[in-house]
Write a protein that binds this ligand. Structure first.
Ligand SMILES: Nc1ncnc2c1ncn2[C@@H]1O[C@H](COP(=O)(O)OP(=O)(O)OP(=O)(O)O)[C@@H](O)[C@H]1O
Ligand SMILES: [Mg+2]
Length: 252
């Protein structure tokens, strides 16, 4: 059975950092891993060190253009056409496969294309043991239903009350939309000895379970400043080690 893990949370809390280290840790356990960058302001390919040329958004635009010009290839359904194109843009690396969603629908309704895409992606995910999705900041991924089949939702927060507020809203909106995660966990990031207790207390009040507290780490910051792929960070890194622990204890 495929296990789908999504990373969400308020903007700038460390979703992409966490996703990258999660992919690093998971890829040591399985080669059958699909990584999806679902943030329109995509930067996971850079932190993973895997260049990506084309996105799902590009394919959707191309199909829309072909449809309006009556140039859709005959003898093949639009779904088959889309699936073929998706296979073309998946980047296969040594450790995992990577798919980038790109920009969401622009003006005009692409509802049917989006629904097919969702079905195709869901179908595609079944071929993998694990799928990791890095989402955009906020709650939009839930209303767009890109995270509706997720097993484990990991919400990354900083020590701010607003970060935890987003975590709470993600939980509530999922319930309202009847989206059921098997697990929903909170990871507190960039916390120190003083703030970690406050986060814990606030989380408890909101009924959220904090599974890890990650410190601010200079090495992570250095990789970011130099534009180096965080995926290559040393395995002794204290934050990476904590992420590896989460993988071993809660994901595998
Ligand atoms: N534990 C950490 N130690 C040091 N720097 C960190 C840590 N976690 C994240 N950062 C830095 O904080 C910034 C934001 O992190 P990141 O891009 O992962 O956040 P995000 O939630 O994905 O942001 P966005 O909402 O824009 O997608 C980056 O510069 C990243 O390198
Ligand atoms: Mg991000």
């Amino acid at each position: 059975m495929t296990k789908i893990i999504a990373i969400s949370g308020k903007g700038g809390t460390g979703k992409t950092m966490f996703s990258t280290l999660l992919v690093k840790a998971l890829s040591k356990k399985t080669r059958n891993l699909l990584v999806i960058d679902a943030d329109p302001d995509s930067n996971l390919p850079e932190t993973l060190g895997i260049p990506v040329e084309k996105t799902i958004g590009d394919i959707r635009e191309e199909l829309k253009k072909l449809t309006s010009e009556n140039k859709v290839p005959t003898g093949i359904s639009k779904q088959e056409y889309l699936l073929g194109k998706i296979y073309e843009i998946i980047v296969e690396s040594e450790n995992f496969d990577l798919l980038v969603m790109g920009r969401p629908e622009g003006s005009g309704c692409y509802c049917s294309i989006n629904n097919w895409l969702r079905q195709i992606i869901d179908g595609l995910a079944k071929a993998y043991d694990y799928v990791v999705i890095d989402t955009e900041a906020g709650l939009e991924h839930l209303s767009r239903r890109t995270t509706q089949n997720v097993d484990t939702m990991i919400v990354v927060t900083d020590a701010s009350k607003r970060g935890l507020g987003t975590a709470k809203r993600i939980k509530k909106l999922a319930e309202d939309l009847d989206i059921k995660f098997k697990d929903i966990f909170v990871v507190a990031n960039k916390v120190d000895d003083k703030t970690k207790d406050i986060v814990e207390k606030n989380a408890q009040e909101l009924g959220l379970n904090v599974i890890a507290k990650l410190p601010y780490n200079k090495e992570i910051s250095k990789y970011d400043m130099l534009g180096l792929p965080l995926f290559n960070i040393d395995e002794d890194n204290e934050v990476y080690r904590k992420v590896e622990n989460i993988v071993n204890s809660l994901i595998l």
